[in-house]
Design a binder for this molecule. Structure first.
Ligand code: IVH
Length: 686
């Protein structure tokens, strides 16, 4: 795609080398803006354009390829074994304070040892991830290693290179060239949630928390797989004795920031112990607003000469302490065990708990998964149980306190009939779950509608479970399309639904029509097809027609779709009730085309409108439309003043003549294919 002007002076190798260097600098700059400063200056498509230009030049001139180019983050090979590395300077741990008294003791000891009254501290969040050491030689990332036991770790260079927050090259404005940076690799909570959802969709065991997910990911043998997991990084210190240049920890962090390393936004200078105690209290709640887990606050003596005076034990420095937040586990009583009916009819026992405050929210329920699990753990109504929030997200019963039993506890018996509709609930095949097999069971219908309106799906605000239950009970709504024929009169007479909230809901429902294919797919609730796979499918098929006309074989060719998932999708699209529902939704004006496409698809056709006429040899009309729409173009059925390009196949219709009159670009199929390959518009060969 790099043609003439873009390639600099095509005659001179120096010119090309300069152009490559320039592009690398630009990509690095925009990577930092995007990943570290969270303040992108260019659009995704502009970024893709730069990246692609660089990649193509490097491919054409392999003599200028280097390991440190932003195009070389992800290696394609497999790691044989993680080599052991010795840490030149031991990676110490941190001493812990479990309460404010222990924190105060730490400060008193520091005051006494230094014989100073006021000691400036630095507070840093204690990131709950995996500690790593990154070695830079002359500003180039040479090695990444885990902390291991502190003196020996594992070489995970190939894997840390895939983390965009870790620069492959340090900024030249910084004095730091030969350093060992220490910091924490972690997984942001939103990424963790999505990743676990996908794992569950694929029938894989979800990770218990983001820390385990991070540790597991860093030990994967395929860097390409690591690059697909949402890891990130914060730097917090220098390992070797390159401290020489700095008199304070704060200065050192500032310099790490100048070098291009990500420093946590919440790091603060602390003037007094009172200030430290205040922060401990505020952060108890504030931490729940972060998009990553922290398990405490680290306080470090700021003055490096003081740090040296205080020294270290073999285990931890005496100039720092980690205040650990109280555990996220609490005991409470099981008031009852209820059975919930899911949208696919699965019956799930749920413990109703005496409400407790845990990780910033009130917890009054915890899933007990299935009857086998209840029996295995022997959870009884009236039991005292230990509840934990895994990865700050789902409350779980982790232990039954059997010693607290007084004999009044009641064993739980899984009902043999659906608690909502009374139909028989059966175990099908070798499934552990018991299911209500009545597809029109009101509980299932309510749950399906609730799922359709949920945030990640069609995001219909105000469509809560209580309202849905009423609509379903009164048979005003019995399936998803019925939502789109609701009228004011159907709603205003319901309890707690005034005219205003009814109108708001109708507006929300109307708005949801434009949500697009990805959200529609999430909303349909096809087994295994959650957030991630819906995105993959929407990007691949672009329209619902293409998806319902697909085959199991074509589905299996998609990277993330295995046999089981393909089977589940084919089952869904071959069921006539489902197809009827999709058609009805289309008739009601629900947009079923993809309108969010991946960052890595170049949007080089953005702003252009295409029209097709005649029969193409290599594409169906749908496929051709999908090809251009994926890259930002609009497709319309007839020529107008807005048309930019007409693609002409065999036996074209009158559109061909219209286009000639209107001075619109006309493209034959060969040129169309060339354009798709080159990702350039107008195509060079046109
Ligand atoms: S400083 C010599 N700062 O906590 C001091 N550690 O329990 C070395 N950690 O192994 C560590 N956030 O992996 C430091 N802001 C922070 C941290 C932090 C998380 C981890 C680190 C360390 C462990 C000690």
């Amino acid at each position: 795609m790099v043609k003439g002007r873009d390639a600099g002076d095509p005659g001179s190798k120096d010119g090309i080398k300069r152009r490559i260097e320039e592009l690398r600098e630009k990509v690095r700059y925009h990577d930092k803006k995007y990943y570290i400063d969270n303040d992108p200056e260019i659009s995704d498509s502009e970024y893709d354009h730069l990246f692609r230009q660089l990649k193509e030049l490097e491919e054409r001139y392999p003599e200028f390829k280097t390991q440190n180019s932003p195009t070389q983050r992800v290696g394609s090979g497999e790691i044989d074994e993680f080599e052991t590395v010795e840490h030149e300077v031991t990676m110490l741990s941190l001493d812990k304070a479990s309460n404010v008294e222990e924190l105060q003791d730490f400060y008193n000891t520091v005051q006494d040892t230094l014989n100073e009254n006021e000691i400036m501290l630095i507070m840093e969040p204690k990131i709950d991830g995996v500690g790593v050491a990154l070695t830079y030689d002359d500003g180039m990332l040479k090695r990444g290693a885990t902390r291991g036991d502190g003196s020996q770790g594992e070489d995970i260079t190939e894997n840390v290179r895939t983390i965009h927050e870790i620069p492959l090259v340090l900024n030249e404005d910084s004095i730091l060239r030969d350093i060992e940076v220490r910091g924490e690799v972690y997984m942001p909570l939103d990424g963790f949630k999505n990743m676990n959802e996908t794992r569950e969709e694929k029938g894989k065991e979800p990770f218990a928390n983001p820390r385990n997910a991070t540790a597991g990911t860093l030990r994967l043998k395929h860097p390409r797989e690591v690059s697909n997991r949402p890891l990130s990084f914060f730097a917090y210190s220098l390992g070797s004795h390159s401290h020489g240049e700095f008199s304070t920890h704060w200065q050192m962090l500032e310099e790490l920031g100048i070098a291009g390393l990500p420093i946590n936004d919440h790091v603060r200078e602390i003037e007094s112990m009172d200030h430290a105690l205040e922060l401990v209290e505020t952060w108890e709640d504030k931490r729940h607003a972060l998009n990553y887990d922290i398990d405490g606050l680290v306080f470090k003596v700021n003055d490096i000469s003081f740090q040296e005076k205080l020294g270290s034990t073999t285990h931890h420095p005496r100039w720092a302490i980690a205040y650990k937040f109280p555990p996220k586990r609490k005991t409470t009583k099981v008031k009852d065990i209820e059975v919930m009916v899911g949208r696919t009819g699965v019956l799930t026992p749920v413990a109703r708990l005496e409400p407790i405050h845990l990780s910033g929210t009130e917890v009054s329920r915890a899933s007990l998964h299935n009857e086998e699990e209840v029996a295995r753990r022997d959870v009884r109504i009236g039991d005292v149980v230990l509840v934990e929030k895994a990865g700050e997200i789902i409350p779980q019963v982790i232990k039954v306190m059997k010693e607290e039993r007084d004999g009044s506890e009641q064993e739980f018996v899984m009902p043999r009939h659906c608690p909502a509709c009374g139909s028989e609930a059966k175990q099908v095949g070798d499934e552990v779950a018991r299911r209500c097999l009545n597809a029109s069971c009101p509980a299932q219908v309510t749950r399906r509608l609730e799922h359709w309106g949920s945030r990640d799906a069609l995001d219909i605000d105000g469509l809560g479970p209580k309202l849905l239950q009423k609509l379903v009970e009164r048979e005003i709504v019995i399936s998803i399309p019925d939502l789109y024929t609701l009228e004011l009169d159907d709603l205003v007479h319901l309890e707690r639904m005034g005219e205003k909230s009814s109108n708001n809901l109708l507006q929300e429902i109307e708005k949801s029509k434009t949500a697009g294919l990805k959200r529609v797919l999430i909303g349909l609730g096809i087994r295994y097809v959650g957030n991630y796979l819906s995105d993959v499918l929407a990007n691949h098929y672009v329209s619902i027609e293409a998806l319902v006309n697909t085959s199991k074989g074509e589905l299996e060719e998609i990277d993330d779709v295995g046999e089981e998932i393909a089977e589940s999708i084919t089952m869904f699209i071959s069921n006539s009730n489902n197809l009827d529902m999709i058609h009805r939704l289309q008739e009601l004006g629900i947009n079923m085309r993809a309108n969010e496409l991946h960052r890595d698809l170049s949007q080089y056709l953005e702003g252009n409108t295409f029209v097709f006429t005649g029969k193409l040899d290599n594409f169906t009309r749908e496929e051709a439309a999908r090809e251009v729409e994926q890259h930002g173009a609009r497709v319309t059925s007839s020529i107008s003043g807005n048309t930019d390009c007409l693609v002409v196949g065999q036996d074209p219709g009158s559109k061909f003549d219209n286009a000639k009159e209107e001075d619109i670009m006309i493209m034959d199929e060969a040129t169309f294919i060339k354009m798709l390959e080159e990702e350039t518009f107008p195509p060079v060969s046109a």
